[in-house]
Ligand binder design. Structure first.
Ligand code: ATP
Length: 361
Protein backbone atom coordinates (compact mmCIF):
# COMPACT_ATOMS: atom_id res chain seq x y z
CA UNK A 1 0.00 0.00 0.00
CA UNK A 2 1.29 3.46 -0.89
CA UNK A 3 1.68 5.77 2.09
CA UNK A 4 1.81 9.55 2.33
CA UNK A 5 4.02 11.76 4.47
CA UNK A 6 2.29 14.66 6.14
CA UNK A 7 4.22 17.50 7.80
CA UNK A 8 2.29 18.94 10.73
CA UNK A 9 2.98 22.36 12.25
CA UNK A 10 0.86 22.75 15.36
CA UNK A 11 1.75 26.42 15.90
CA UNK A 12 0.29 28.70 18.58
CA UNK A 13 -2.87 29.31 20.59
CA UNK A 14 -5.50 26.70 19.76
CA UNK A 15 -3.22 25.38 16.97
CA UNK A 16 -1.84 22.37 18.89
CA UNK A 17 -5.21 21.16 20.18
CA UNK A 18 -7.05 21.41 16.84
CA UNK A 19 -4.12 19.95 14.91
CA UNK A 20 -3.80 16.97 17.27
CA UNK A 21 -7.53 16.43 17.00
CA UNK A 22 -7.41 16.38 13.19
CA UNK A 23 -4.48 13.95 13.22
CA UNK A 24 -6.42 11.60 15.51
CA UNK A 25 -9.48 11.73 13.23
CA UNK A 26 -7.44 11.26 10.04
CA UNK A 27 -5.65 8.26 11.57
CA UNK A 28 -9.00 6.79 12.53
CA UNK A 29 -10.34 7.31 9.00
CA UNK A 30 -7.26 5.98 7.19
CA UNK A 31 -5.83 3.32 9.52
CA UNK A 32 -2.24 3.39 10.69
CA UNK A 33 -0.51 2.69 7.34
CA UNK A 34 -1.81 5.19 4.80
CA UNK A 35 -0.64 8.44 6.41
CA UNK A 36 2.64 9.09 8.24
CA UNK A 37 2.60 12.28 10.29
CA UNK A 38 5.71 14.11 11.43
CA UNK A 39 5.55 17.25 13.59
CA UNK A 40 7.73 20.29 12.92
CA UNK A 41 8.37 23.58 14.72
CA UNK A 42 7.04 26.93 13.63
CA UNK A 43 4.91 29.88 14.71
CA UNK A 44 5.06 32.99 16.86
CA UNK A 45 6.20 31.28 20.08
CA UNK A 46 8.97 29.55 18.15
CA UNK A 47 9.96 32.92 16.69
CA UNK A 48 10.06 34.45 20.18
CA UNK A 49 12.44 31.66 21.28
CA UNK A 50 14.62 31.35 18.20
CA UNK A 51 14.03 34.25 15.80
CA UNK A 52 12.56 31.95 13.12
CA UNK A 53 8.81 31.71 12.48
CA UNK A 54 9.38 29.07 9.79
CA UNK A 55 12.65 27.26 10.51
CA UNK A 56 14.53 26.03 7.43
CA UNK A 57 14.20 22.34 8.39
CA UNK A 58 10.43 22.81 8.68
CA UNK A 59 10.33 24.45 5.27
CA UNK A 60 12.49 21.69 3.76
CA UNK A 61 10.12 19.05 5.17
CA UNK A 62 7.05 20.93 3.90
CA UNK A 63 8.63 21.05 0.47
CA UNK A 64 9.57 17.40 0.32
CA UNK A 65 6.58 15.75 2.00
CA UNK A 66 3.22 15.02 0.34
CA UNK A 67 1.14 17.63 2.21
CA UNK A 68 1.12 20.04 5.16
CA UNK A 69 -1.41 20.16 7.99
CA UNK A 70 -1.28 23.27 10.16
CA UNK A 71 -3.07 24.24 13.39
CA UNK A 72 -2.78 28.04 13.55
CA UNK A 73 -0.05 30.59 14.23
CA UNK A 74 0.08 33.96 15.97
CA UNK A 75 0.33 35.39 19.48
CA UNK A 76 -0.77 38.83 20.64
CA UNK A 77 2.18 41.16 20.97
CA UNK A 78 4.56 39.02 18.88
CA UNK A 79 5.06 41.44 16.02
CA UNK A 80 7.80 42.56 13.67
CA UNK A 81 9.29 46.05 13.96
CA UNK A 82 6.85 47.34 11.29
CA UNK A 83 3.90 46.34 13.50
CA UNK A 84 2.72 43.37 11.39
CA UNK A 85 2.05 40.03 13.10
CA UNK A 86 4.74 37.38 13.12
CA UNK A 87 2.33 34.41 13.21
CA UNK A 88 0.74 35.14 9.83
CA UNK A 89 4.18 35.10 8.30
CA UNK A 90 4.34 31.31 8.75
CA UNK A 91 1.63 30.54 6.22
CA UNK A 92 2.42 33.63 4.12
CA UNK A 93 5.95 32.33 3.62
CA UNK A 94 4.63 28.87 2.77
CA UNK A 95 2.11 30.40 0.34
CA UNK A 96 4.64 32.53 -1.49
CA UNK A 97 7.64 30.17 -1.39
CA UNK A 98 5.64 27.10 -2.44
CA UNK A 99 3.41 29.09 -4.82
CA UNK A 100 0.11 28.00 -3.25
CA UNK A 101 -1.98 30.16 -5.56
CA UNK A 102 -5.50 28.87 -4.91
CA UNK A 103 -6.99 29.20 -1.43
CA UNK A 104 -10.11 27.04 -1.44
CA UNK A 105 -12.69 27.81 1.23
CA UNK A 106 -15.87 25.76 1.12
CA UNK A 107 -18.94 27.45 2.62
CA UNK A 108 -21.43 24.73 3.39
CA UNK A 109 -24.31 24.62 5.84
CA UNK A 110 -24.13 21.32 7.71
CA UNK A 111 -27.10 19.66 9.38
CA UNK A 112 -26.84 20.55 13.08
CA UNK A 113 -25.02 23.85 12.45
CA UNK A 114 -27.55 26.63 12.61
CA UNK A 115 -27.14 29.54 10.21
CA UNK A 116 -27.66 33.03 11.64
CA UNK A 117 -29.55 33.68 8.39
CA UNK A 118 -33.23 32.85 8.76
CA UNK A 119 -34.81 29.87 7.03
CA UNK A 120 -31.89 28.20 5.27
CA UNK A 121 -31.72 24.42 5.38
CA UNK A 122 -28.62 22.20 5.13
CA UNK A 123 -27.70 21.86 1.47
CA UNK A 124 -29.14 25.24 0.52
CA UNK A 125 -25.88 27.01 1.26
CA UNK A 126 -23.10 25.17 -0.52
CA UNK A 127 -20.50 27.12 -2.44
CA UNK A 128 -16.73 27.53 -2.58
CA UNK A 129 -14.72 30.73 -2.38
CA UNK A 130 -11.47 30.55 -4.32
CA UNK A 131 -9.21 33.27 -3.03
CA UNK A 132 -6.20 34.17 -5.15
CA UNK A 133 -3.44 33.52 -2.66
CA UNK A 134 -0.12 34.82 -3.97
CA UNK A 135 -0.72 38.29 -5.42
CA UNK A 136 -3.31 41.07 -5.07
CA UNK A 137 -2.87 43.51 -2.21
CA UNK A 138 -1.06 41.04 0.03
CA UNK A 139 1.77 40.59 -2.49
CA UNK A 140 3.06 43.87 -1.04
CA UNK A 141 3.46 42.42 2.43
CA UNK A 142 6.85 43.42 3.75
CA UNK A 143 7.40 45.61 0.69
CA UNK A 144 5.17 48.59 1.37
CA UNK A 145 6.62 51.99 2.12
CA UNK A 146 6.43 53.97 5.32
CA UNK A 147 8.01 57.31 4.49
CA UNK A 148 9.24 59.35 7.44
CA UNK A 149 6.27 58.12 9.42
CA UNK A 150 4.10 60.44 7.31
CA UNK A 151 3.17 58.55 4.15
CA UNK A 152 2.53 54.86 3.73
CA UNK A 153 1.70 52.80 0.63
CA UNK A 154 1.09 49.19 -0.36
CA UNK A 155 0.67 48.23 -3.99
CA UNK A 156 -1.93 45.85 -5.39
CA UNK A 157 -0.28 43.42 -7.82
CA UNK A 158 -2.05 41.47 -10.57
CA UNK A 159 -0.31 39.39 -13.20
CA UNK A 160 -1.81 37.72 -16.26
CA UNK A 161 -0.37 34.37 -15.21
CA UNK A 162 -1.65 34.74 -11.64
CA UNK A 163 -5.21 35.66 -12.59
CA UNK A 164 -5.41 33.14 -15.42
CA UNK A 165 -4.42 30.21 -13.26
CA UNK A 166 -6.78 31.01 -10.40
CA UNK A 167 -9.63 31.64 -12.88
CA UNK A 168 -8.95 28.34 -14.64
CA UNK A 169 -8.79 26.59 -11.26
CA UNK A 170 -12.21 28.05 -10.39
CA UNK A 171 -13.85 27.04 -13.66
CA UNK A 172 -12.39 23.53 -13.41
CA UNK A 173 -13.71 23.32 -9.86
CA UNK A 174 -17.19 24.42 -11.00
CA UNK A 175 -17.09 21.66 -13.62
CA UNK A 176 -16.55 19.06 -10.90
CA UNK A 177 -19.40 20.41 -8.74
CA UNK A 178 -23.15 20.00 -9.06
CA UNK A 179 -23.96 23.68 -9.56
CA UNK A 180 -25.61 26.26 -7.31
CA UNK A 181 -28.28 24.94 -4.88
CA UNK A 182 -30.82 27.48 -6.22
CA UNK A 183 -30.91 26.40 -9.87
CA UNK A 184 -28.31 23.66 -10.37
CA UNK A 185 -26.34 25.95 -12.69
CA UNK A 186 -22.56 25.67 -12.72
CA UNK A 187 -21.46 29.22 -12.09
CA UNK A 188 -18.28 31.17 -11.35
CA UNK A 189 -18.88 34.59 -9.78
CA UNK A 190 -16.01 37.02 -10.24
CA UNK A 191 -15.75 39.26 -7.17
CA UNK A 192 -13.88 42.52 -7.79
CA UNK A 193 -14.11 46.31 -7.93
CA UNK A 194 -13.76 46.54 -11.72
CA UNK A 195 -15.88 49.69 -11.62
CA UNK A 196 -13.24 51.59 -9.63
CA UNK A 197 -9.72 50.24 -10.13
CA UNK A 198 -7.85 49.23 -13.28
CA UNK A 199 -6.25 46.26 -11.57
CA UNK A 200 -9.70 44.77 -10.88
CA UNK A 201 -10.88 45.55 -14.42
CA UNK A 202 -7.81 43.58 -15.58
CA UNK A 203 -8.75 40.74 -13.20
CA UNK A 204 -12.27 40.66 -14.64
CA UNK A 205 -11.12 40.84 -18.26
CA UNK A 206 -8.82 37.86 -17.79
CA UNK A 207 -11.59 35.89 -16.05
CA UNK A 208 -13.75 36.64 -19.12
CA UNK A 209 -11.04 35.30 -21.42
CA UNK A 210 -10.76 32.10 -19.39
CA UNK A 211 -14.57 31.74 -19.25
CA UNK A 212 -14.69 31.57 -23.04
CA UNK A 213 -13.18 28.08 -22.79
CA UNK A 214 -15.96 26.83 -20.47
CA UNK A 215 -19.32 26.82 -22.30
CA UNK A 216 -20.84 24.66 -19.59
CA UNK A 217 -20.09 27.11 -16.74
CA UNK A 218 -21.88 30.45 -16.42
CA UNK A 219 -19.83 33.53 -15.57
CA UNK A 220 -21.32 36.03 -13.15
CA UNK A 221 -19.94 39.25 -11.64
CA UNK A 222 -20.32 40.93 -8.27
CA UNK A 223 -18.61 43.95 -6.80
CA UNK A 224 -16.90 43.18 -3.51
CA UNK A 225 -19.18 45.51 -1.56
CA UNK A 226 -22.41 44.24 -3.13
CA UNK A 227 -21.51 40.58 -2.67
CA UNK A 228 -21.51 41.01 1.11
CA UNK A 229 -25.25 41.67 0.84
CA UNK A 230 -25.89 38.93 -1.74
CA UNK A 231 -24.08 36.36 0.41
CA UNK A 232 -26.61 37.10 3.18
CA UNK A 233 -29.74 37.44 1.03
CA UNK A 234 -29.25 34.82 -1.68
CA UNK A 235 -26.48 32.45 -0.57
CA UNK A 236 -28.07 29.61 -2.58
CA UNK A 237 -27.24 31.46 -5.81
CA UNK A 238 -23.51 30.83 -5.43
CA UNK A 239 -21.50 27.90 -6.68
CA UNK A 240 -17.88 29.10 -7.00
CA UNK A 241 -16.70 32.64 -6.21
CA UNK A 242 -13.25 33.75 -7.34
CA UNK A 243 -11.70 36.81 -5.71
CA UNK A 244 -8.51 38.78 -5.36
CA UNK A 245 -6.45 37.95 -2.28
CA UNK A 246 -7.72 40.55 0.21
CA UNK A 247 -11.34 40.46 -0.96
CA UNK A 248 -11.21 36.67 -0.75
CA UNK A 249 -9.84 36.91 2.79
CA UNK A 250 -12.69 39.17 3.89
CA UNK A 251 -15.61 37.49 2.15
CA UNK A 252 -14.54 34.02 3.25
CA UNK A 253 -14.87 35.05 6.92
CA UNK A 254 -18.30 36.47 6.09
CA UNK A 255 -19.23 33.23 4.34
CA UNK A 256 -18.02 31.24 7.35
CA UNK A 257 -20.25 33.40 9.56
CA UNK A 258 -23.31 32.42 7.52
CA UNK A 259 -22.79 28.70 8.19
CA UNK A 260 -21.85 28.74 11.88
CA UNK A 261 -18.58 30.64 12.22
CA UNK A 262 -14.84 30.30 11.94
CA UNK A 263 -14.74 27.07 13.95
CA UNK A 264 -16.35 25.16 11.07
CA UNK A 265 -14.60 26.86 8.13
CA UNK A 266 -12.07 24.68 6.33
CA UNK A 267 -9.32 25.87 4.02
CA UNK A 268 -6.97 24.34 1.47
CA UNK A 269 -4.12 26.31 -0.10
CA UNK A 270 -3.06 24.63 -3.29
CA UNK A 271 -0.34 24.99 -5.88
CA UNK A 272 0.73 22.75 -8.74
CA UNK A 273 2.69 20.45 -6.42
CA UNK A 274 2.06 21.44 -2.81
CA UNK A 275 -0.94 21.70 -0.51
CA UNK A 276 -1.31 23.38 2.90
CA UNK A 277 -4.38 22.59 4.97
CA UNK A 278 -5.58 24.51 8.04
CA UNK A 279 -8.82 25.87 9.44
CA UNK A 280 -9.75 29.33 8.14
CA UNK A 281 -9.52 30.69 11.69
CA UNK A 282 -6.48 32.07 13.49
CA UNK A 283 -4.93 30.99 16.78
CA UNK A 284 -7.81 32.34 18.93
CA UNK A 285 -5.62 33.10 21.97
CA UNK A 286 -8.72 34.00 24.02
CA UNK A 287 -9.72 30.32 24.24
CA UNK A 288 -6.35 28.61 23.81
CA UNK A 289 -5.21 25.74 26.02
CA UNK A 290 -8.61 25.32 27.70
CA UNK A 291 -10.04 22.54 25.54
CA UNK A 292 -12.76 24.96 24.35
CA UNK A 293 -11.87 25.26 20.65
CA UNK A 294 -13.79 23.50 17.95
CA UNK A 295 -11.52 21.19 15.96
CA UNK A 296 -14.08 20.88 13.14
CA UNK A 297 -12.47 23.43 10.80
CA UNK A 298 -9.13 21.61 11.01
CA UNK A 299 -10.76 18.18 10.71
CA UNK A 300 -12.66 19.29 7.58
CA UNK A 301 -9.43 20.81 6.24
CA UNK A 302 -7.92 17.36 6.80
CA UNK A 303 -10.73 15.89 4.67
CA UNK A 304 -9.85 18.41 1.94
CA UNK A 305 -6.25 17.18 2.25
CA UNK A 306 -7.31 13.56 1.78
CA UNK A 307 -9.38 14.48 -1.30
CA UNK A 308 -6.57 16.56 -2.83
CA UNK A 309 -4.02 13.80 -2.20
CA UNK A 310 -6.47 11.24 -3.58
CA UNK A 311 -6.87 13.26 -6.78
CA UNK A 312 -3.15 13.98 -7.12
CA UNK A 313 -2.19 10.33 -6.70
CA UNK A 314 -5.34 8.73 -8.16
CA UNK A 315 -5.81 6.87 -4.89
CA UNK A 316 -9.40 5.76 -4.20
CA UNK A 317 -8.56 4.86 -0.58
CA UNK A 318 -7.89 8.53 0.18
CA UNK A 319 -10.99 9.73 -1.67
CA UNK A 320 -13.15 7.29 0.26
CA UNK A 321 -11.53 8.37 3.55
CA UNK A 322 -12.25 12.04 2.73
CA UNK A 323 -15.94 11.23 2.28
CA UNK A 324 -15.98 9.23 5.52
CA UNK A 325 -14.51 12.11 7.54
CA UNK A 326 -17.03 14.63 6.17
CA UNK A 327 -19.91 12.23 6.72
CA UNK A 328 -18.78 11.52 10.29
CA UNK A 329 -18.61 15.25 11.10
CA UNK A 330 -22.03 15.82 9.59
CA UNK A 331 -23.55 12.82 11.39
CA UNK A 332 -22.16 13.89 14.79
CA UNK A 333 -23.43 17.47 14.37
CA UNK A 334 -26.81 16.31 13.08
CA UNK A 335 -27.26 13.95 16.04
CA UNK A 336 -27.04 16.99 18.29
CA UNK A 337 -25.56 15.31 21.37
CA UNK A 338 -21.97 16.49 20.79
CA UNK A 339 -21.86 20.04 19.45
CA UNK A 340 -19.01 22.52 19.98
CA UNK A 341 -19.53 25.72 21.94
CA UNK A 342 -19.28 28.04 18.96
CA UNK A 343 -22.24 26.21 17.39
CA UNK A 344 -24.35 26.47 20.52
CA UNK A 345 -23.35 23.22 22.27
CA UNK A 346 -21.03 22.47 25.16
CA UNK A 347 -18.65 19.84 23.76
CA UNK A 348 -14.95 20.35 24.31
CA UNK A 349 -12.28 19.89 21.68
CA UNK A 350 -11.54 16.38 22.96
CA UNK A 351 -15.29 15.52 23.20
CA UNK A 352 -15.66 16.45 19.51
CA UNK A 353 -12.59 14.43 18.54
CA UNK A 354 -13.78 11.35 20.40
CA UNK A 355 -17.33 11.60 19.02
CA UNK A 356 -16.08 11.88 15.43
CA UNK A 357 -13.58 9.04 15.89
CA UNK A 358 -16.30 6.90 17.47
CA UNK A 359 -18.55 7.57 14.51
CA UNK A 360 -15.78 6.59 12.10
CA UNK A 361 -15.25 3.33 13.98
P1 ATP B 1 -6.21 35.77 12.22
O1 ATP B 1 -5.88 37.22 12.10
O2 ATP B 1 -5.01 34.91 12.40
O3 ATP B 1 -7.16 35.27 11.20
P2 ATP B 1 -8.07 36.56 14.23
O4 ATP B 1 -7.43 37.32 15.32
O5 ATP B 1 -8.82 37.26 13.17
O6 ATP B 1 -6.98 35.59 13.58
P3 ATP B 1 -9.19 34.11 15.16
O7 ATP B 1 -7.99 33.62 15.86
O8 ATP B 1 -9.56 33.44 13.92
O9 ATP B 1 -9.08 35.66 14.90
O10 ATP B 1 -10.38 34.07 16.15
C1 ATP B 1 -11.42 35.02 16.23
C2 ATP B 1 -12.39 34.52 17.29
O11 ATP B 1 -13.18 33.45 16.76
C3 ATP B 1 -11.64 33.92 18.47
O12 ATP B 1 -11.39 34.89 19.43
C4 ATP B 1 -12.53 32.82 18.95
O13 ATP B 1 -13.40 33.29 19.93
C5 ATP B 1 -13.29 32.39 17.70
N1 ATP B 1 -12.74 31.18 17.13
C6 ATP B 1 -11.81 31.09 16.16
N2 ATP B 1 -11.53 29.80 15.89
C7 ATP B 1 -12.28 29.07 16.72
C8 ATP B 1 -12.43 27.66 16.93
N3 ATP B 1 -11.75 26.74 16.23
N4 ATP B 1 -13.31 27.25 17.86
C9 ATP B 1 -14.02 28.14 18.57
N5 ATP B 1 -13.93 29.46 18.42
C10 ATP B 1 -13.06 29.93 17.50
Amino acid sequence: MKSYDIATIEGDGIGPEVCQSAVAVLKEACGSELLRFEAFDGGAAHYARTGAVLPEDTFAACKSMHAMLHGAAGLPGVTYADGTEVGNDLHLQLRFRLDLFANVRPIRLYAGAESPLKGWQPGQIDYVIVRENTEGLYASRGGGINLRGEVSTDTLVMTRKGVERVARFSFDLARRRKGAPRDGKRRVTVCDKANILRSYAFFRAICDEVAAGYDDVEIDYAYADAITVHMLKKPDFYDVIVAENMFGDIISDLGAGTVGGLGIAASAELGERHGLFQGAHGSAPDIAGRNLASPIATILSGALMLRWLGEQHADPALLAAADRVEQAVEAVLAEGATVPRDLGGSASCTDMTEAICRRLR
